[in-house]
Design a protein around this ligand. Sequence first.
Ligand SMILES: [Zn+2]
Length: 287
Amino acid sequence: MNSVLLPRYRSASRLVTFMNLTPVSRSLICLSLLLQFLYCFLESIFMNVAASVNAPLPIQSQLKKEARYGCSICGCPLLEFVQFIPSDTPGAYLPENMIAICPTHTLKFVQNELSATELSSFKTKPYNRINENKPFALAPELTVNIAKTKFINTYRLLSVDDFDLVTIRKENNSYLLLDLNFFDSQNNLIAVTSENSWTTDKKLVWNVDYEPGYLKIQNKTRQILFEAKIESGEIFIVADMYYSGIPVNITRDEVLFGGIEEGAETKGTTLKNYETAISFQSDKWLT
Ligand SMILES: [Zn+2]
């Protein structure tokens, strides 16, 4: 009995002691508790940032290759690099303690819905390796439909002033590698995908949806959208993007630059080995 009652007695004793303190001492104790709470809160934020790390490019390449260019858990081609076992030395990266996963699964790890043990297990059997019939991939040729025009073996898909907004290449003659540059309407570069490595400001809310053969990246607040869908061995692109504050829109039917349809003359045609599928000049639009 004593062992049960003792802690209660101690708590009551502490409360009496606290009430007997001077107002200044009580304020100091409250301040100390508040600082402890703030520390825990900030620690949780820093854990959020630290979960996905800006790993050196050779390590990113190694982890992407290991995961076959898709999230180790779901196959999504947007990848972040997570240290599921933190390094003892700041700035040191051990690939054996890291995994390539999509932003959705990074968030689940940060929110403790996925454990380090589970990530370690997914690392040994990444999605694209155990689901070889369901990768985000195309073979043998890269065929991309933009509006009603079909482009074969053209990797630079959308550029403005010779700056690439959308590029898709193939790795190992199969897996799709995306290079995407997302500017907002104020001309801020707010997210980048570089050979499937995804980088953005963590304060921005992006919706990344993926199911085999279909990727959707959306920022509703900034009215930005990119969709890539594989149908019958061909990619179909839909996009709402910006460059120099000018909206660039690709629908299933038309390509609009600054709200004006462009490239209508190639609709219904197939073009092969082009250098750039859709290319705009901003000065033409601004004058
Ligand atoms: Zn995932």
